[in-house]
Design a protein around this ligand. Structure first.
Ligand SMILES: NC(=O)c1ccc[n+]([C@@H]2O[C@H](COP(=O)([O-])OP(=O)(O)OC[C@H]3O[C@@H](n4cnc5c(N)ncnc54)[C@H](OP(=O)(O)O)[C@@H]3O)[C@@H](O)[C@H]2O)c1
Length: 343
């Protein structure tokens, strides 16, 4: 079966994330893209939306035209609130079919918290526990047990990759973490101008949602699995660039812990991972190296106060924060080489 190619459908192929998914999957040696679905522009060629894409790819079609018996895996890259209805309909009817959802629909285990943050009733509550929230580096050993993979949010990916090992190893104080994240405006999807009424998107910076950004819910949930005591402030910004996230995470070291020990702990934790690059301490960091890659670069830096450090974490929101991580999760799910189609 080594020549077998997975048959893939993508729902939401014409969105910002969907187009990056099509781009990555169209070059993946173990994949055949069968259906590229959206609600508009039906019958048009996908390359008109993105010059990187081949003219020979399937034309845009409706989801109800997909022959599900012939599909192995459905990626859902839809606005929040759409995937849970679609997966509910297909999950029991097609027991061979697997799903990778890039929205928030299966990220939050408690449907009441999902409703609080996303203002939507969850219609597939029974399936939430059958799904796995997967930052790929953290779930490698169990991912093959699941048919529904919930791909994490972009900001939470940059933040959890930096903090998870340090919380787990008890190296930092838990009650005083401040996270300041900056994202390119593609983070808000192709209708970003409707979602945010700010002026001068292409040349101005905006702070938003310091109290109740939706990504707080999934970070709270995941961090509390390793420590009930964690308290953090999350302050997101949109910056005048298309893609890329830089998170600046201010932490206090525990007594007796040195910056060397923190850098060593991160290096050791990710020593077998291809996409996580722990830089030499006090290295300046921007998003420049990670754009259009599935990499996450992390740099731990001193501040002018001995016990306080800042950790910078940079990813591409559309790749490691979305499409790339989804392909990485697919590789792990189907036991392909983890880096296939990504390096
Ligand atoms: N942007 C990011 O950096 C990022 C990162 C991580 C996760 N995410 C998540 O990934 C998902 C997609 O994000 P995005 O930024 O790509 O959004 P987007 O640019 O707004 O694209 C949404 C896509 O979904 C399609 N669509 C909308 N409603 C649909 C429906 N009912 N049935 C089928 N297709 C439908 C749209 O096609 P039509 O226009 O034809 O309707 C479009 O192709 C969202 O849940 C988002 O939260 C985004």
């Amino acid at each position: 079966m080594s020549n077998y190619k997975l048959k893939i459908a993508i729902a939401g192929a014409t969105g910002y994330v969907g187009l990056d998914l099509v781009n990555l999957l169209s070059k993946h040696p173990k994949i055949k893209l069968v259906n590229l679905c959206a609600t508009r522009n039906l019958g048009k060629k996908i390359h008109i939306f993105d010059g990187r894409l081949k003219k020979t790819l399937p034309k845009i079609s409706r989801l109800n035209q997909v022959k599900w018996n012939e599909i192995d895996l459905l990626f859902l890259s839809l606005p929040n609130g759409a995937a849970h209805n679609i997966i509910k309909e297909l999950y029991y009817k097609y027991s061979h079919l697997k799903f990778i959802d890039l929205s928030a629909d299966f990220r939050i285990k408690n449907h009441l918290i999902y409703k609080k943050y996303y203002k939507k009733k969850h219609n597939a509550k029974n399936l939430i526990n059958n799904s796995l929230y997967s930052i790929a580096e953290l779930k490698k050993k169990i991912i093959t047990n699941y048919r529904i993979i919930s791909n994490p949010g972009c900001y939470p990916t940059s933040i959890q990759l930096a903090l998870y090992p340090l919380i787990k190893k008890k190296l930092i104080k838990l009650d005083n973490i401040t996270i300041d994240s900056k994202s390119g405006y593609s983070g808000a999807g192709k209708n970003y101008k409707k979602k945010f009424k700010y002026k001068n998107f292409g040349s101005a910076t905006f702070a938003y949602s310091p109290i109740s950004h939706r990504h707080i819910a999934e970070m709270d949930q995941e961090f509390k699995k390793i420590s009930k005591k964690i308290k953090f402030i999350f302050n997101p910004h949109l910056i005048p660039t298309f893609r890329g996230i830089l998170s600046s995470i201010y932490i206090h070291k525990k007594k007796g812990v040195t910056i060397n020990k923190i850098v060593y702990a991160l290096k050791k934790f990710y020593s077998k991972d291809n996409f996580i690059k722990i830089l030499k301490q006090n290295t300046h960091l921007g998003t420049g190296n990670v754009l259009n890659t599935n990499d996450c670069e992390i740099s731990v830096c001193n501040t002018r106060y001995e016990n306080k450090l800042v950790i910078f974490s940079a990813i591409d929101n559309l790749v490691k924060g979305a499409a790339g991580q989804a392909v990485q999760n697919m590789n792990l799910m189907f036991k392909f080489k983890e880096t296939l189609g990504l390096k």
